[in-house]
Design a protein around this ligand. Structure first.
Ligand code: FES
Length: 75
């Protein structure tokens, strides 16, 4: 699984670093965690991409559920 987290200035200010920490806490096996340049959708940040699928309005609070749901349902 590859998760790319936007590290652009807008998403950074909204807490993308904390999102990275939360994803790490999940302890997912074979996870490739990458930072990304701005996705160009700052108004809907924080943006992350899981296996090429874009998720917007991500927060440190909801990211774990988003990732878990993706693993369970593939979406
Ligand atoms: S800074 Fe994250 S989408 Fe632009």
């Amino acid at each position: 699984m590859v998760i790319r987290i936007c590290m652009g200035s807008s998403c950074h200010l909204k807490g993308s670093y904390q999102v990275v920490e939360k994803v790490k806490e999940l302890g997912i096996k074979d996870l490739k965690l990458l930072g990304s340049l701005c996705f160009g959708k700052c108004e809907r940040g924080i943006n992350i991409e899981i296996d090429g699928k874009l998720f917007s309005n991500v927060t440190p609070e909801n990211v774990k559920n988003i990732v878990k749901k993706f693993i369970k349902e593939g979406e």
